[in-house]
Design a protein around this ligand. Structure first.
Ligand SMILES: C[S@@+](CC[C@H](N)C(=O)[O-])C[C@H]1O[C@@H](n2cnc3c(N)ncnc32)[C@H](O)[C@@H]1O
Length: 268
């Protein structure tokens, strides 16, 4: 990444991972190329699974943020933010604990533009343009430093973004560099695509080969390994709807239809 602009160029003809996800969620911030690619992925998977996965992922993220707020976390670093949608992290966090600070990071110029619009007039929250593969640059950013006190615990949210990092790019090393710079008591939250439940996903993700980032499924063991050195919170690495479900919400369908493993861990 050295010497390159951390933010990718805007090109409506190239499907963007952020805008495809927006389409899965039923959003409006996407272009024909994004919709075509997203529909291709959906057509390769059992009906409904992709949209279920996207919705379950947003619900997991909300539950994780509320859980962290209950643990006393007041600072959030959400990398691979995505386009504004229902239940944005700063809204959930600041409702759970007023005054929480949130820094959003993304490499997509459309996410940055919409994010800046959304945050106009919002206190304790900012969005900055970086690539996840540059953890030191992210943590050195002046706007980030204005919002986050790195001597105090921070929750790092890597929700549905690590599957855009190839093995050769060393996702575990990137996490180690991020978490290594943070205070004890900090948390890491991950959700991550997998073909463990539906092997079709190994084929379907090839649609992303012509998108802004290629996509890489990982097994449950590989996702668990990303938490190495941290204390995994119960129930460990599980399907999205299995992680701290809200009371009274039963599992209406096969949890493997969420297509993602997830978990949270605390830095000792
Ligand atoms: C599938 S969306 C997930 C959005 C949100 N985190 C969620 O879980 O609902 C993935 C986001 O990660 C961003 N992204 C992908 N690769 C990235 C990278 N290397 N650095 C920073 N952001 C990245 C995309 O632009 C997109 O906004």
């Amino acid at each position: 990444m050295d010497g390159q602009d951390p933010v990718i160029a805007f090109d409506p003809e190239i499907p963007s991972t952020a805008r495809m996800y927006d389409y899965y969620l039923g959003g409006k911030d996407n272009y024909p190329a994004d919709r075509e690619a997203a529909q291709e992925v959906m057509a390769m998977m059992p009906p409904g699974t992709i949209r279920t996965a996207a919705r379950q992922n947003r619900m997991f993220l909300g539950r994780a943020v509320r859980y962290l707020a209950r643990q006393g976390i007041r600072q959030f670093l959400d990398i691979g933010t995505g386009l504004p949608t229902m239940g944005n992290v700063h809204e959930v966090a600041q409702e759970a604990a007023p005054g929480c600070s949130v820094v959003y990071v993304d490499h997509d110029p459309v996410v940055l533009a919409h994010g800046r619009d959304m945050l106009t007039g919002t206190r304790h929250t900012t969005i900055i343009g970086y690539d996840l593969r540059q953890p030191e640059a992210i943590l050195a950013d002046n706007e980030l430093r204005d919002q986050l006190d790195l001597t105090q615990p921070v929750a790092v949210l890597l929700s549905a973004v690590l599957h855009f990092i190839q093995d050769q790019e060393d996702p575990g090393g990137i996490i180690g560099r991020l978490m290594g710079a943070l205070a004890p008591g900090s948390y890491l939250v991950i959700s991550h695509a997998t073909a463990d439940s539906y092997q079709e996903l190994d084929q379907a993700i090839h649609v992303y080969d012509s998108a802004t980032s290629s996509m890489h499924n990982r097994t449950r063991a590989q996702v668990r390994a990303l938490f190495t050195g941290l204390d995994l919170v119960d129930p460990g690495v599980v399907w999205l709807p299995q992680w701290h479900p809200d009371p009274g919400t039963g599992l209406a369908e096969d949890p493997g239809r969420s297509l993602c493993w997830c978990g949270a861990a605390r830095k000792p």
